[in-house]
Design a protein around this ligand. Structure first.
Ligand SMILES: NC(=O)c1ccc[n+]([C@@H]2O[C@H](COP(=O)([O-])OP(=O)(O)OC[C@H]3O[C@@H](n4cnc5c(N)ncnc54)[C@H](O)[C@@H]3O)[C@@H](O)[C@H]2O)c1
Length: 454
């Protein structure tokens, strides 16, 4: 049933009574939970993915996305109930659907310019199958103006004119590992359509699944800017913490102590702190924060030197870690060459199986150039997965000269450092995430170096 421009109550009723067919493009960590949640509310959902293995798994009731509590059970129920099916045929899905949601990745090219090829390719397929009264919703983060300047012209290739179909940008504001919770009840959904009917229709659609409600804005470009600027804000603030952590080292203070106290509530009436320093660390990874600054710096003519400087600071942190490794090993009379170095953590963030732009990658690359014996362990990755990346897998600290903590996985926080100190050949800890107590480590005889630590 076409729902563009209908009253909210009519849209909600049609969607929850299975009269609306949705095609959701991109069944990854974000798209699959979204598809399952809409199906669970009663919509008829066709999931579209270019990866046939993902499609086959879903149609068999198997969940191809790991680490999302509740997702496998919800997927199984909705596939068995006939509300969720998957296909790799994006054009026929668009022909059948009334609402198309795009949630494929947006990444960077080798020169850091935005790579929107997956989004544009999906929209081309949608344009080949869409009909009057359909609404297309983009959730993938894109450079501001993409919806109006890039997507709208592609969708018009369908032969439909503006107003005959809807188009809105409604950003994904979810974190991997808590997608179901975030999509259904953590944040309000920001909704920006290219016209009033698109905004109102998208708002009605998301009101079905989001308990926190929706926040409509005046255009798709505003919604795009909200999402991208959130990422830029985080990147710049992490860069500030990283830079000040290095200052702390020079002036002889512990950045953890400084940031902790500075972040304590200042205003008694509100309990609000004056500052909110983020955690300094070995580098910023994942396919969001390191990517979104370039969505601004590479697409506008304005002076974005502050954002560029911040990005450079964060991109320099893996080099800083390698320098700490060199210093630490020198202090125990070793050079990096031929030292046994165990890197702890491949994932860019604790508990999330994703290593795109992980600082571990440049750290290992540089250590390889310096001809260290490198070992890698991450509790989320199997031996086969680590070896497929060309690294040697081991979880054992025996005979190591240096441990390098790059990810703050909870498993690393419970390590018995006293036991580990007895197993290692030379005792050097490089702590890129401040999870080891420096004074305890030094008492055990370790050379300890952390970001900004003395
Ligand atoms: N993961 C997060 O924490 C997060 C948070 C906020 C926003 N986002 C946004 O969501 C986007 C998607 O993230 P994700 O984590 O779900 O990615 P993902 O890599 O887990 O999944 C993407 C899926 O899209 C499929 N795909 C790729 N190209 C396709 C195409 N042309 N046609 C059909 N399917 C295609 C892939 O096979 C894969 O299954 C991100 O690029 C970002 O813009 C992600």
């Amino acid at each position: 049933m076409k729902i563009l421009g209908l009253e909210k109550e009519t849209i909600v009723a049609a969607l929850t009574h299975g009269q609306v067919t949705m095609a959701i493009y991109g069944l990854g960590k974000m798209g699959l939970p979204l598809a399952v949640i809409f199906a669970d509310k009663g919509a008829r959902v066709i999931g579209v993915d270019s990866n046939q293995r993902v499609v086959d798994a879903i149609n068999a009731g198997e969940c191809p996305v790991a680490g999302e509590p509740g997702l496998p059970e919800m997927l199984q129920t909705n596939v068995a109930g006939g509300r969720l099916t998957a296909t790799s045929d994006g054009v026929s899905a668009a022909r059948e659907a009334d609402v198309m949601v795009v949630l494929v990745p947006s990444l960077l090219n080798a020169d850091n310019s935005p790579d929107l090829s997956a989004v544009t390719q999906v929209c081309l397929n949608v344009s080949r199958g869409m009909t009057r009264g359909d609404i297309v919703i983009l959730e993938t983060t894109v450079p501001p103006r993409t919806t109006e300047d890039v997507l709208l012209p592609i969708l018009k290739q369908s032969g439909l004119k503006e107003g005959e179909f809807g188009l809105a940008f409604c950003p994904e504001r979810t974190s991997s590992g808590r997608a179901i919770q975030d999509i259904t009840r953590s944040y309000v959904k920001v909704i920006g359509g290219i016209d009033a009917a698109s905004t109102a229709t998208a708002a009605a659609i998301y009101s079905v699944i989001n308990e926190k409600g929706v926040r409509t804005v005046s255009s798709a470009t505003v919604a795009e800017a909200v999402k991208v600027f959130e990422g830029v804000y985080r990147d710049v603030n992490i860069a500030l913490s990283n830079e000040l952590a290095l200052v702390c080292k020079e002036i002889g203070v512990d950045p953890v102590e400084v940031f902790t106290v500075a972040n304590e509530p200042l205003f008694a009436e509100t309990g609000h702190p004056y500052t909110t320093f983020l955690q300094p660390g070995a580098g910023v990874g994942g396919h969001c924060i390191p990517v979104y600054p370039y969505f601004v710096t590479r697409t506008v003519k304005s002076d974005t030197s502050l954002i560029k400087t911040a990005r450079r600071r964060n991109e320099s942190m893996p080099t800083y870690v390698v320098n700490m490794i060199i210093e630490g090993l020198n202090e125990v009379g070793r050079s990096v060459k031929d030292s046994n170095i165990l890197v702890l953590g491949l994932a860019f963030r604790n508990g999330v199986k994703e290593f795109r732009y992980s600082p571990t990658i440049p750290i290992i690359q540089r250590l390889r150039e310096l001809r260290a014996n490198i070992f890698l362990y991450d509790p989320l990755y199997s031996r086969e997965e680590i070896e497929a990346l060309g690294s040697t897998y081991t979880a054992s600290c025996r005979n190591m000269d240096c441990l390098v903590i790059v990810t703050d996985h909870k498993e690393f926080k419970t390590y018995d450092w006293s036991d580990i100190s007895r197993q290692m050949r030379s005792k050097v800890i490089i702590d890129g995430r401040q999870i080891v107590d420096p004074s305890q480590a030094r008492k055990l005889g370790f050379v300890y170096k952390g970001i900004g630590h003395l």
